[in-house]
Structure formats: structure tokens, C-alpha cells
Design a protein around this ligand. Structure first.
Ligand code: ASP
Ligand code: MG
Length: 421
């Protein structure tokens, strides 16, 4: 068992929770209410900044530097408005332009992407840090690239979780000696062994929070969301949703595999390994119900869980020579999936083809097809929907999918999954 720092917590604030000046003030008031001891505060890029930076990157690649710079200035301006509204002394224009320059000098496209896109987290953390300092918190900004080391797989970098203890050692000591210090740091990004910026894949900052919690020996991770914890269904689609208040780690992993977007799929495992509880709470309402994920046997209350994934792609893969899908083929398919950074939501095989279902993403799909090589044929069907119902009745599933074309179905005693046209 790894050494723990008493009362140390890791708090993660996603893009929506820092989207503008009021949101930043709200984060400060949450910290006022909830922090009584040292904490690591992990922050994502503000609002939709990552999407916008991805757009700038695609302009850089397809049009050129000047046009990309023009678009980037918009993003810098939006940040400047938040800075002005918070009355803090900070100028981020250089930060963005420097990131674009560095990005434009890199030949490897994925490394260039990481260099530019990471500026969103660099900016948001600097703003939160400056604001907390301005209202007299004992706070420090720490570059997460000095803590979390990844491999060189830019754009979807991996972390050797067995080394987290070593990565967090000096920080752990530092935090155990302070009474109420906050460290503000970036989610989503890391550093490769050669010192380059890497990113962990979109929405990766929940995972960053988990990695940091393991690295520093935290007692708890709190992920702040715009919903009251994990609900039994997406409130935008289903009525009368309820919070699941207690949930086992393995159950949470299962649900995120099916597509429950409230937790990033890689987040839970490292926490489970060290027995660090994960709390999902609402940044909108501190009195709202919350979810605690720990080694709790099962789920309370035991509600039917509906997980609806719109816009998934089914890719059918088969050997070009019309032979069987053998174990050797499957090995290369899994290798290609991993290399393309695709998270499989469902799969099924027959003698002559293998079907995989994943969140639609044209770039990743093309990368996968390229990695699969010429010995296989592929056929993609995009824009499908995947519904998973856990602990629900068959009648309910029938009702939900009435009049829909069911392209694929998988059943187990607890779970029914349907791929819908
Ligand atoms: N800012 C990154 C993204 O939007 C990481 C995250 O939010 O978790 O994907
Ligand atoms: Mg985000």
C-alpha cells in the first residue's frame, strides 16, 4: 500500500465549470466551502476552447500560419475578456502565439496538434491560479508536464501507471508538509520522455485527476460536473432521472465502457487499484445528491441504467480472401485498433467477419483502415445509435426501441444492448 497524504484531495474542474468569469468565481466559492486541507486542483480548458483550438490546428495544416493566427486571436481575446472581468493581472497573448509557432515547426502532425491544443489547459490554469492568488489563497501553479510522464504516442498518450508513485514522490512530500496549499495544474496533458507535450485523448482530464491522485497519494478525488453525480440516464434524453449514490468501481468501469459519458473510461481503474474513492458532484448545486465510487458491493439505489450513445460507427472487417476470421486476424485487428486510438464500445464476430462499434470519428476510422492493411476488406456504417440497458426489463427495452431497426443485439442476464439504425 502506497503512502497517503492525510486529507489531501484532488479536485477536477472541467471546461463547463470554468467557462467564463462567473464560473471561475464559482470554482473559488466551491473551494472555500469544501477545502480544509491541501488539494491539487486539476483544470480543463475553458468552455469549448479545445474544440476551437482543434479548428485552428486544422486551419494551420490546411491553409497556413497566418490564417490560423487570425483564428487563434479570437480565442486569445475570449480569454482576455475573462481576465479583465476578473480584474486580474495577466496577459496570455504570448502563450497562445508561442504555442502556434512551436506547433507550426513540428513535422509530426500529432506532436504539432498536442503542442497547440495544450495551450487551452495552460491558459485556463493560469487564469484560475491568478484569480485564486488575487483573493489571497495560498496557491501555486504547477506544470503537470513536470509530474506526469507519458509515452510518445501523441494525441492519445499512455501513462505507465506502475510508475505513478515515483512520478509523485517529491510533490507528495511537499504537500504533506503544508496545511492549506492549493496546487493548480493542467488536466489532459503530459510530457513524453523526450520532453515534448503530449495529450491523453479528448476528455482526458478526468483521467489526469485520477493519475495525479495516485501519484500524490490523495485520499479522495472529486470530479465536479454540471449534473448531480452519475444519473441512471442522460437527463437530456430521459425524464425522471435519478442519482446513483453508491457505486462499485467495477460497475463504474462497466458503465463507462458502455458509453456513460459522465466518467472517462480510463479514470476508474488506477483509483480502484489504490482504493481511492471517486466522488462525482455538481458544481451548480453543492446541496445536490452526489455519487461515490468505491469498493462498494453493487449499486445504491439499484436503478435500471440507460446508456444511449448517438452517432456510433459499425465497421465490419473480413479477410480479403473470404477465409475464416482466425485468431491471427483478430490479433492484428486489436493491434490496429490500439494504434488508431479507438475505444471499442461493442464487438461481435462471425466466421467471416468481425464487427466493431465505436464513437464516429472519421480521422480515427481512416487511420484504422490504413493500419489494418490490404489483407482485409472493411465496410463502415455511420450515424447509428447504441442503447445499453442494465438492470432493466425486456419490456422496457422493447418499448424504447419500438419501430427501430435493430442491427445487432447482445444480451446477458443483467444487460441488453441494441445497435439501432
Ligand atoms: N480540454 C480537453 C477536452 O476538451 C480535456 C478535457 O476537457 O477533459 O477534450
Ligand atoms: Mg473539456
Amino acid at each position: 500500500m502506497q503512502y497517503r497524504v492525510q486529507n489531501l484531495t484532488v479536485h477536477k474542474f472541467g471546461g463547463a465549470s470554468v467557462k467564463d468569469a462567473d464560473a471561475v468565481r464559482n470554482v473559488e466559492s466551491i473551494l472555500q466551502n469544501c477545502l480544509f486541507s491541501p488539494a491539487v486542483v486539476v483544470v480543463s480548458a475553458m468552455g469549448k476552447t479545445t474544440n476551437k483550438l482543434e479548428q485552428v490546428f486544422s486551419t494551420l495544416v490546411s491553409v497556413g500560419f497566418d490564417k490560423a493566427l487570425e483564428e487563434l486571436k479570437e480565442i486569445a481575446l475570449e480569454h482576455q475578456m475573462v481576465i479583465d472581468e476578473l480584474s486580474i493581472d495577466l496577459d496570455l497573448s504570448d502563450l497562445f502565439v508561442t504555442a502556434l509557432k512551436k506547433s507550426s515547426q513540428l513535422d509530426d502532425l500529432d506532436a504539432a496538434y498536442d503542442e497547440l491544443v495544450a495551450s487551452g489547459e495552460d491558459a485556463s490554469t493560469k487564469i484560475l491560479f491568478a484569480y485564486l492568488s488575487s483573493v489571497n489563497w495560498d496557491v501555486e501553479w504547477r506544470d503537470v508536464r513536470g509530474i506526469i510522464e507519458t509515452d510518445t504516442r501523441h494525441n492519445s498518450a499512455r501513462v505507465d501507471e506502475s510508475r505513478l508513485d515515483e512520478m509523485g514522490r517529491s510533490l507528495r512530500l511537499e504537500l504533506s508538509e503544508s496545511s492549506r496549499k492549493i496546487l493548480v495544474t493542467q488536466g489532459f496533458i503530459g510530457k513524453s520522455p523526450s520532453g515534448r507535450t503530449t495529450t491523453l485523448g479528448r476528455e482526458g482530464s478526468d483521467y489526469s485527476a485520477a493519475l495525479l491522485a495516485c501519484a500524490v497519494g490523495a485520499e479522495e478525488v472529486v470530479i465536479w460536473k454540471d449534473v448531480p453525480g452519475m444519473l441512471n440516464a442522460d437527463p437530456r434524453i430521459f425524464e425522471g432521472t435519478q442519482t446513483v449514490e453508491e457505486l462499485d468501481y467495477s460497475e463504474a468501469i462497466e458503465l463507462s465502457y458502455y458509453g456513460a459519458s459522465v466518467i472517462h473510461p480510463r479514470t476508474v481503474k488506477p483509483l480502484q487499484n489504490l482504493g481511492i474513492p471517486l466522488i462525482l458532484r455538481s458544481f451548480v448545486d453543492l446541496n445536490a445528491k452526489q455519487t461515490r465510487v468505491s469498493s462498494f458491493p453493487g449499486q445504491i439505489p439499484l436503478l435500471p441504467m440507460y446508456i444511449y450513445r448517438p452517432n456510433v460507427t459499425r465497421l465490419s472487417i473480413g479477410p480479403s480472401d473470404q477465409s475464416f476470421v482466425g485468431e491471427d486476424h483478430l490479433t492484428s485487428v486489436f493491434g490496429a485498433l490500439d494504434a488508431a486510438g479507438i475505444h471499442v464500445r461493442m464487438m461481435q464476430n462471425s466466421a467471416v467477419k468481425f464487427d466493431i462499434i465505436f464513437d464516429s470519428n472519421k480521422d480515427k476510422e481512416l487511420k484504422l483502415i490504413e493500419k489494418l492493411g490490404k489483407d482485409v476488406w472493411t465496410k463502415a456504417t455511420r450515424g447509428l445509435e447504441l442503447l445499453t440497458v442494465r438492470y432493466g426489463s425486456e419490456e422496457l427495452v422493447e418499448k424504447l426501441t419500438a419501430k427501430r431497426g435493430v442491427l445487432m443485439e447482445q444480451k446477458s442476464p443483467s444487460t441488453v444492448r441494441r445497435l439501432l439504425a
